[in-house]
Design a protein around this ligand. Structure first.
Ligand code: ADP
Length: 503
C-alpha cells in the first residue's frame, strides 16, 4: 500500500468533506462525503483544479487572501459559497493548509463542513435583528415626530379658538381665525390619515381597488388642480401623455395612482422656487413609466435612498415648518409597490430632481369600459328618502344633515341605539340608517343587530371615528351593510348610499 493509498484509507473514514491536491492545486483525493455532498465522483474530479466548485459569487479578494495565506505556510480559515454538480449553491466552512515535506509544500489539504443551513439561520437572525433595530429607530423617530407634528397645529387651534372669544373681533379677523382653525384641523387630520396609511402599508393590510382608470384624464385633472398654484409661484408647468384616449384606460387603483402623483407634484412644488415642473408618462413594454421632474433644490446623492423611509426629511429652509412629517414619500413608495411597480429618484443637488415610477400596463377593453362608466344622472331617483340618523353628538348630526341637504331626503333622529330600534319599529318609511357606533345606553353594534332582526333588508351604514380593521369586521358581523369613517366625506357617503339604496 503506497503512502497516498494508505492515507486515503484513513481519510475515507473522517466524517468531513476533504480535498487533497498536489502542489499545483490539482486534486489527488476527495473523501466519500465530498462526493455525497457535491455530486462529483472521485474519477470526475481527480487531476482537476477545485476551481470548478466556485460559484462565481465570492469576491476575488477572498481567493487572493486564501492563496497568500497557504503559500506562506499558514492555515486559512474561512467561508466559501460553492456550487454542486446540480448547480445548487451551498456554503462551506473551510480549513485549508499546505502539507510540507522538508520545508517544501507538496500538497494542499482542505477540510470542509457544509454550513448552508446554519448560514441561512444566521442571515435570517441578522436580517430580523436589523429589522428590529430599524423598527426601533422608526419608533423613536415616530414619537419625536408625532409630538412636534401634533403640537404645531394644536397650537393654532387652541390659540385662535381662544382669540375668537373676543366680542370686539372684526368680521375679517373672525374669518381669518376660523380659517386657520380649519386649516390646522385639516393638517392634524392629514397627519392621522398618513399615520394610519403607513401602518397599514407596513402591516400589509392596504387594499387595492382596481377599476378601469383613464390615465390621460387623471393627468389632465392633476394639471388643472395644480396649475393655479404653479402660476402663483411663477413656475412653468407641463404634462405629457403618450397614449391615445382609448389606450390610456387601464386596470389599476386610480385613487392610489392619483395620490402617488399628487404627493410627487406637491413635493416638487414645495422644493422648487423657480424654473419648471413637468410630469407625464411613457409606455415601456408592459409597464407605464411615470415621471415628475422639477428644477428645485435637488437631493444630496447619499440621501436618495433615505427619503423613501418613513419620518425622513432632509433639513432645509424650504422644508422647515412644513406639514408633511416625512411620510409622503414612504406612502408614495408603498402605494407604487402595492400597484406592482417600483420608484426611484435621479437628482442633482441644486439642479433638480426627477422621480420615476412604473406600474403595470393592463389596458381595458374599451367597450366594457364605456358600459362601466355610464352614470345615471339622478343620484337618488326615488321621490323622497327617509333616513334615520343615529348619533349622540349633535355636531355630527348637524354635519350629516348639512351634507345631505338638497338630496330629496327627510330625516328621523335617534340619540342612542335604543331610540333607533324603537323608531325603526314604528316607521316603515325609513329606507336607510346611518348608525354611529359609540353611543350611550345601547351601542351601534347592538342596535344594528336588533334592527336587522326586525327588518333584515334595511341598509345600515356604520359611521365611526375608529379606523381599525377589527372595527369594520365587528360592524359587518353586527349586520351593517357599509362602513364610513369620520370625518365623513360627502362624496364617499353619497357613493355608499347610492350603492346600498339602488342595489
Ligand atoms: P415630507 O412629507 O416631509 O415632505 P416626504 O416623504 O414627502 O416628506 O419627503 C421626504 C424628504 O425628501 C423631504 O423632506 C425632502 O427633504 C426630500 N424631497 C422630497 N421630494 C423632493 C423634491 N422634489 N426635491 C427636493 N427634495 C425632495
Amino acid at each position: 500500500m503506497d503512502q497516498l493509498t494508505k492515507s486515503s484509507a484513513y481519510l475515507d473514514q473522517v466524517p468531513a468533506i476533504i480535498i487533497v491536491t498536489d502542489s499545483f492545486g490539482d486534486i489527488e483525493y476527495v473523501s466519500p462525503l465530498f462526493t455525497e455532498h457535491t455530486g462529483y465522483s472521485n474519477d470526475e474530479v481527480t487531476g482537476k483544479n477545485p476551481r470548478f466548485l466556485q460559484s462565481g459569487l465570492m469576491p476575488k479578494a477572498v481567493y487572493e487572501n486564501l492563496w497568500q495565506t497557504i503559500l506562506s505556510g499558514r492555515v486559512w480559515r474561512g467561508e466559501l459559497q460553492n456550487k454542486k454538480k446540480t448547480g445548487e449553491l451551498f456554503w462551506e466552512k473551510a480549513v485549508i493548509s499546505g502539507i510540507q515535506n522538508d520545508g517544501v509544500i507538496t500538497n494542499f489539504l482542505a477540510i470542509k463542513e457544509d454550513i448552508t443551513a446554519e448560514k441561512q439561520l444566521r442571515d435570517e437572525l441578522i436580517a430580523s435583528k436589523s429589522l428590529a433595530e430599524e423598527r426601533d429607530r422608526l419608533k423613536s423617530r415616530f414619537l419625536h415626530n408625532i409630538s412636534h407634528e401634533i403640537r404645531t397645529p394644536m397650537n393654532g387651534i387652541l390659540g385662535f379658538a381662544h382669540l375668537l372669544k373676543n366680542p370686539h373681533l372684526s368680521k375679517e379677523d373672525m374669518f381669518l381665525y376660523t380659517d386657520i382653525i380649519r386649516m390646522s384641523g385639516e393638517r392634524l387630520l392629514n397627519l392621522v390619515d398618513n399615520y394610519t396609511l403607513i401602518s397599514s402599508i407596513e402591516a400589509d393590510e392596504m387594499k387595492v381597488q382596481i377599476t378601469p382608470t383613464s390615465i390621460n384624464e387623471l393627468l389632465r385633472d392633476l394639471y388643472a388642480t395644480f396649475n393655479p398654484e404653479m402660476i402663483n409661484k411663477g413656475l412653468l408647468f407641463n404634462y405629457s401623455i403618450s397614449l391615445s384616449e382609448d389606450e390610456s384606460v387601464i386596470e389599476t387603483d386610480g385613487g392610489k395612482l392619483s395620490r402617488i402623483l399628487t404627493n410627487l407634484i406637491q413635493n416638487a412644488l414645495k422644493f422648487t422656487s423657480n424654473g419648471k415642473i413637468d410630469f407625464g408618462y411613457t409606455r415601456k413594454a408592459d409597464f407605464l413609466e411615470f415621471y415628475v421632474s422639477d428644477s428645485g433644490i435637488g437631493i444630496p446623492e447619499d440621501q436618495t435612498e433615505n427619503i423613501f423611509k418613513p419620518f425622513y426629511s432632509i433639513d432645509s429652509i424650504l422644508s422647515s415648518g412644513d406639514d408633511g412629517g416625512g411620510l409622503g414619500l414612504a406612502i408614495t413608495k408603498g402605494f407604487v409597490e402595492i400597484l406592482g411597480g417600483s420608484i426611484r429618484v435621479n437628482s442633482v443637488e441644486g439642479a433638480g430632481s426627477n422621480f420615476v415610477f412604473s406600474i403595470p400596463y393592463c389596458p381595458v377593453n374599451t367597450i366594457s369600459h364605456l358600459l362601466l362608466t355610464t352614470k345615471t344622472d339622478e343620484f337618488f331617483p326615488r321621490s323622497t328618502l327617509c333616513i334615520l340618523l343615529v348619533e349622540d353628538d349633535s355636531t355630527s348630526t348637524l354635519l350629516l344633515e348639512q351634507m345631505l341637504k338638497g338630496e330629496n331626503i327627510t330625516f328621523l333622529y335617534a340619540k342612542n341605539g335604543f331610540e333607533a330600534v324603537e323608531l325603526v319599529e314604528h316607521h316603515p318609511e325609513i329606507s336607510l340608517v346611518l348608525m354611529d357606533i359609540k353611543m350611550p345606553i345601547m351601542n351601534g353594534y347592538d342596535a344594528t343587530r336588533r334592527i336587522k332582526e326586525q327588518r333584515p333588508q334595511l341598509p345600515v351604514i356604520a359611521q365611526t371615528a375608529f379606523t381599525a380593521k377589527e372595527e369594520r369586521e365587528r360592524a359587518i358581523q353586527a349586520g351593517c351593510n357599509g362602513f364610513i369613517t369620520k370625518p365623513i366625506k360627502k362624496s364617499e357617503l353619497l357613493e355608499l348610499m347610492k350603492e346600498l339604496i339602488l342595489n
